[in-house]
Design a protein. Structure first.
Length: 146
């Protein structure tokens, strides 16, 4: 029996799925809402809008600064976007229209991670869940301010 290797958090945001999707599809916005404190900025040459197969680099900091390149692996306009890290895990956003705005689900999917054991030992699933709650709070605050 396989254990669930997807951490999921959801929140209603007072904006349409299309507006939220456009925001998430621009990697320059990721540091504005990041709840982990690790996403610092984009690297030079990132696309202004992501698409399936697009690669984009981010400047990160987890103790020490580092750079990471991501690849968009799911892209359904206005509904779902995700990217994969070099470690094989996926960050995903699913957008569903609801009364009052959009239900935004953020997922950390480590089903195909290269080292599930390492992620668990470093407590990334639980740490990422806390950060995802903050990220969705930041996203909601961003659109509430508009």
């Amino acid at each position: 029996m396989t254990k669930n290797l997807v951490v999921s958090v959801e929140r209603v945001v007072t904006a349409s799925p299309e507006v939220i999707f456009d925001f998430l599809a621009d990697p320059r916005n990721h540091s504005l809402i990041d709840g982990s404190g690790t996403v610092r900025d984009t690297q030079t040459g990132v696309p202004a809008r992501l698409s399936i197969g697009a690669k984009f680099g981010m400047q990160m900091k987890l103790g020490v600064p580092y750079k990471i390149t991501n690849e968009v692996v799911e892209f359904v306009e206005g509904k779902q976007i995700s990217w994969r890290h070099m470690g094989g895990h996926v960050w995903r956003y699913i957008l569903e229209p609801v009364a009052g705005g959009t239900k935004v689900t953020e997922q950390f999917d480590y089903t195909n991670a290269k080292s599930v054991l390492m992620l668990r030992l470093a407590m990334f699933p639980s740490r990422n869940k806390k950060s995802m709650v903050k990220t969705l709070g930041n996203l909601a605050a961003h659109f509430a301010a508009k």
